[in-house]
Design a protein around this ligand. Structure first.
Ligand SMILES: [Zn+2]
Ligand SMILES: [Zn+2]
Length: 256
């Protein structure tokens, strides 16, 4: 399994991209900075896209991607929650800004929408994928992703603490998890919707209690303004728990 990180941050500039990645060049996970980081050929090679939640930094390029597929005369499958399907319909497709490619061309739409439910496992582009609710705004799903060869990763998407249910159903070789803020910025937040290095540490302790080991960890959704402090704090967590934590970056490739 090859994972290519296209965006590893919570904002976009020339240097940074919204969090999203591609598996084996065929499965895209979230769509905040997809089209700006893939050639036409690479986009057309994609078979499916899965979206974790409705926030703009995770759905933005659905429209540009589907427009490119439309002009190529091909289709792509999009799997996500009913909440995201409704959000796209309301704000993107029926707003008069973009064409509704979920209905065009007639009889063979460019964007084939599929609603997924938590804790159900779906075969998507040859991978077994299980959405698992995480603790973020509204309805947000993390994804357990297993390849045909049995390689497994887990992507948390945006989340606050309390991921025990995710660890109960997954034992990934690589955990792609968000760490948005540094410890000082996250302190005193009553109900955090994101993680800090300290909050990550708690989640990893819980992971190890349930699974008996720690996977390789890649952090994403990083706030660039806090990145240097986050890296120092992550390094301390890795030393303390004796595990490998790699801050994600644009262009990073992970092979498992
Ligand atoms: Zn979010
Ligand atoms: Zn986000």
């Amino acid at each position: 399994m090859k994972i290519k990180i296209l965006g590893a941050h919570n904002c976009e500039t020339r240097e940074y991209g919204h969090t999203c990645f591609v598996i084996d060049d065929i499965l895209a996970v979230d769509a905040g900075s997809l089209t700006s980081n893939l050639s036409m050929e690479e986009q057309n090679h994609l078979q499916a896209l899965i979206l974790s939640h409705r926030h703009y930094d995770h759905i933005r390029d659905v429209t540009a991607l589907s427009t490119n597929f439309y002009h190529s005369g091909t289709s792509i499958d999009l799997y996500t929650s009913l909440d995201v399907v409704d959000t796209l319909a309301k704000h993107f497709f029926t707003s008069g800004i973009y064409r509704d490619l979920t209905g065009e061309p007639l009889g063979n739409p460019t964007l084939r929408m599929h609603i997924v439910e938590p804790f159900q496992t779906y075969n998507i582009a040859g991978y077994e994928i299980t959405p698992v609710p995480v603790n973020h705004f509204g309805i947000t799903n993390g994804f357990k992703i297993v390849s045909a060869e049995g390689k497994q990763i887990f992507y948390t998407s945006d989340t606050g603490p309390g991921l025990g249910e995710c660890w109960k159903i997954s034992s990934p070789e690589v955990l792609i998890i968000e760490v948005t803020e540094d410890n000082a910025s996250g302190e005193g937040t009553e109900k955090p919707g994101h993680l800090t290095p300290n909050l990550l540490k708690q989640e990893l302790v819980s992971f190890k209690e349930i699974n008996g080991f720690l996977p390789d960890i890649v952090t994403v959704h990083i706030n660039p303004r806090m990145e240097e402090d986050i890296k120092i704090e992550l390094s301390a967590v890795a030393d303390e728990l004796n595990c490998r934590i790699a801050p994600g970056y644009e262009g990073m490739e992970i092979i498992i």
